[in-house]
Write a protein that binds this ligand. Structure first.
Ligand SMILES: [Zn+2]
Length: 255
């Protein structure tokens, strides 16, 4: 049976998301920004929490873990490279490992850059990826612990996933990301279409996620650092994609 998901807002602009296996009843929270919001979402769906899959150690992704674990006795899975910074971890995972939620199976993809041990959970059979603060809708995470080149390589791994993979991310930043992307690619038709769609979604009180890999390839400037027109737009024609990405990311930091 197909996986079900339930997306909701937490804290100021964090997304919370539940992943449910209807066959076994298993339910995972991807990150735990806030226990109360996760519990309310579980209640709304009538699901019982069995697992928390952590993408990275930041407090706005982990603050709810202890309270949820105390209540549900759920298993906490976290990236091996930063497990010591995450509370109540039961199982650590690294590149190539598999994580199951009931009968749903994820591959672990290491996507460092935002933090040095950040991971993405890719449920290939269900065409779902939970990218935390690595890939956002029309954006990418700030490079805090890694290097821009490291982040670019992580984004390339995600860009290589099947185009119809639905991507869930950690924050609702889409409108601000679009505003920035349009400073570099004002004539990108896919970006223009996305700007219209996202504005309509937000006006209707809807969330702008999930996105897909294909939509991001077409409109997300951070996945397009190897497109000659993007290099030209930031004055770096002929430079490497990593150099172009570094410049685009630096401009976003000042935007
Ligand atoms: Zn973060």
């Amino acid at each position: 049976m197909a996986a079900e998901t339930h997306l909701f807002m937490c804290l100021k602009d964090n997304f919370g998301v539940l992943l449910h296996d209807p066959e076994t009843g298993a339910t995972a929270a991807i990150d735990a920004p806030e226990a109360a919001a996760v519990e309310a979402a579980l209640k709304a769906k009538g699901w019982k929490l069995t697992d928390i899959l952590v993408t990275h150690h930041h407090a706005d992704h982990t603050d709810g873990i202890v309270e949820l674990k105390n209540r549900y006795k759920c298993r906490v899975v976290a990236p091996k490279a930063e497990a010591q910074k995450i509370p109540a971890v039961d199982e650590t995972v690294k590149e190539g490992d598999k994580v199951t939620v009931g009968k749903l199976v994820a591959n672990v993809i290491e996507t460092p850059g935002h933090t040095s041990g950040h991971i993405t959970y890719w449920f290939h059979a269900d065409k779902l990826a939970f990218a935390g603060d690595t890939l956002f809708s029309i954006g990418c995470g700030r490079v805090i612990e890694g290097t821009p080149e490291m982040m670019w390589n992580s984004l390339l791994k995600l860009r290589d996933l099947p185009g119809d993979t639905r991507v869930y991310c950690g924050h609702e930043y889409t409108l601000a990301n679009i505003k920035f992307a349009q400073t570099i690619e004002p004539d990108n038709k896919a970006l223009q279409a996305r700007a219209k769609q996202a504005a309509e979604q937000v006006a209707a009180g809807k969330m702008t996620v999930p996105t897909t890999i294909d939509e991001e390839k077409a409109a997300n400037v951070f996945l397009r650092a190897d497109v000659p027109a993007v290099a030209a737009a930031v004055g770096l024609s002929g430079k490497t994609a990593a150099q172009v990405f570094t410049e685009v990311r630096a401009r976003k930091n000042k935007f």
